[in-house]
Design a protein around this ligand. Structure first.
Ligand SMILES: C/C(=C\Cc1cc(O)c2ccccc2c1O)CCC[C@H](C)CCC[C@H](C)CCCC(C)C
Ligand SMILES: C[S@@+](CC[C@H](N)C(=O)[O-])C[C@H]1O[C@@H](n2cnc3c(N)ncnc32)[C@H](O)[C@@H]1O
Length: 271
């Protein structure tokens, strides 16, 4: 394992075992979820080398603006301890690092080793000293390896749509957030406007997939359209966040309706 990347298992080993922990029989539906999750992990490992370049190309740099907006909505500030779930190659973690500065701390968590290796090499190839405050952890978003109330803000960029159990992920995020703190989750918008949906699908079929095909990754990028169809609308995401334990949730459309950003607050005293 790359020295700069910690595994969640090694983090867990440093925590005391819970009393009464024992292994349970695994159900068929759980086996299916694990298989689906493993397939996605392989997919994200495969696209890692081209992911950043394709994002810049396909959005003509616009994704950087959407990511800056996501950071701003998270409420992260100087000196904060923050988490980027499904961090991939680290775009949001790097922006968070600049936001919280050298007195703050950033954790980037992802289950794709290849994505994390790129994040770590970007961290070391760029000379910004504040990037020293970032740690990369190989782990699963449905079982965050942190105690409750650990973070002042959490971001998730294009991650919630890709996990097999979204409610569990939001419950986990709510648990690790400090009371009164926010999660900001940027993703594709599953629009209720037929024009936006048609444009999104047209872009994927005729621009995104052909561009990915140049790298032999057409199938991996075809998955995008399916995953957006199976995703939740803004209103459904707001309801899911409330069910996960957040006290308020609001979804904003960005990128001309192509993208969306869920902002949810964990119940608690806000000074
Ligand atoms: C931000 C983009 C992709 C992120 C992304 C997210 C995922 O969940 C994936 C899953 C599996 C494979 C890949 C990904 C993945 O790359 C790129 C999105 C591109 C948009 C579909 C199109 C953007 C349109 C432009 C903003 C419009 C520009 C207008 C032009 C100037 C006329
Ligand atoms: C589309 S990428 C987004 C990367 C980055 N956040 C960004 O905005 O560019 C989705 C990331 O989510 C990660 N991911 C998906 N399911 C996950 C899970 N259950 N646990 C941890 N990471 C996961 C993938 O490995 C991948 O790196």
């Amino acid at each position: 394992m790359d020295n700069a990347i910690m595994s969640a298992a090694s983090l867990h080993r440093t925590l005391p075992a819970l009393p009464g922990q024992h292994s349970r029989p695994v159900s068929r539906s759980k086996t299916r979820l694990v298989r689906c999750s493993n397939e996605r992990q392989v997919l994200f490992d495969r696209i890692a080398p081209v992911y950043d370049n394709l994002n810049d190309l396909l959005t003509v740099g616009q994704h950087r603006i959407w990511k800056r907006m996501a950071i701003s909505w998270s409420g992260a500030k100087k000196g904060d301890n923050v988490l980027d779930v499904c961090c991939g190659t680290g775009d949001l973690a790097f922006l968070l690092s600049e936001k919280v500065g050298p007195t703050g701390k950033v954790v980037g968590l992802d289950f794709s080793k290849q994505q994390l290796l790129i994040a770590s090499s970007r961290q070391h190839s760029q000379s910004k000293t504040c990037y020293e405050n970032i740690k990369w952890i190989e782990g699963n978003a449905i079982d965050l390896p942190f105690p409750e109330s650990s973070f002042d803000a959490v971001t998730i960029g294009y991650g919630l749509r890709n996990v097999v159990d979204r409610l569990k992920v939001l419950e986990e995020v709510c648990r690790v957030l400090k009371p009164g703190s926010k999660v900001s989750a940027l993703d594709f918008n599953k629009s209720t406007n037929p024009f936006s949906t048609s444009f999104q699908e047209w872009m994927i079929d005729y621009v995104v997939v052909p561009a990915a095909d140049i790298y032999g990754l057409a199938n991996e990028y075809r998955y995008l359209k399916r995953s957006i169809n199976e995703f939740l609308t803004g209103k459904e995401l707001e309801r899911l966040a409330l069910n996960a334990g957040f006290c308020s949730a609001k979804h904003f459309e960005t990128g001309g309706g192509l993208m969306g950003n869920l902002v949810a607050v964990r119940y608690g005293y806000i000074p």
